[in-house]
Design a protein around this ligand. Structure first.
Ligand code: ZN
Length: 132
């Protein structure tokens, strides 16, 4: 398992992207709209992992709701796994609550699934795997 990316919830990609481009001295990826998650995403590709800037596109977007409750900041930490369904089944058997019992499609057309922060000390953890 490896660290894939850190998801950061922002109110406005227009405002926040230049901030992170300055911090990492790198140009962010083009904006991607992920309809299923109701978010716009821009990524900063670092050597070991990515920073994923997330902006909600609707009031009922998970990112909009997160910002309303907790403000901007780190939203989730994503780990690349081999065999995402098997990984989900394994942690579930171990008593970890899942948000997604089966993977969904996230940014970059990757399979993604979230573990519930209720059972992970308040940390929203995402598993991710390339399709196919
Ligand atoms: Zn993510």
């Amino acid at each position: 398992m490896r660290l894939a990316h850190i998801g950061i919830a922002v109110k406005s990609l227009e405002v926040s992207t230049p901030v992170f481009e300055k911090i990492f001295s790198i140009v962010a990826s083009e904006l991607e709209h992920v309809a299923e998650q109701k978010v716009n995403v821009r990524k900063i590709h670092l050597e070991n992992c990515d920073i994923e800037l997330l902006e909600g596109t609707a009031e009922d977007s998970p990112i909009s709701k997160f910002i309303e409750k907790r403000g901007e900041g780190i939203h989730h930490i994503s780990f690349g796994v081999k065999g995402i369904q098997e990984s989900l089944d394994r942690v579930k058997r171990g008593g970890i609550e899942l948000i997604n019992e089966t993977p969904r499609t996230g940014a970059d057309d990757m399979l993604v699934a979230f573990l519930h922060p209720r059972s992970t000390n308040g940390v929203l953890i995402e598993y991710t795997e390339a399709k196919g």
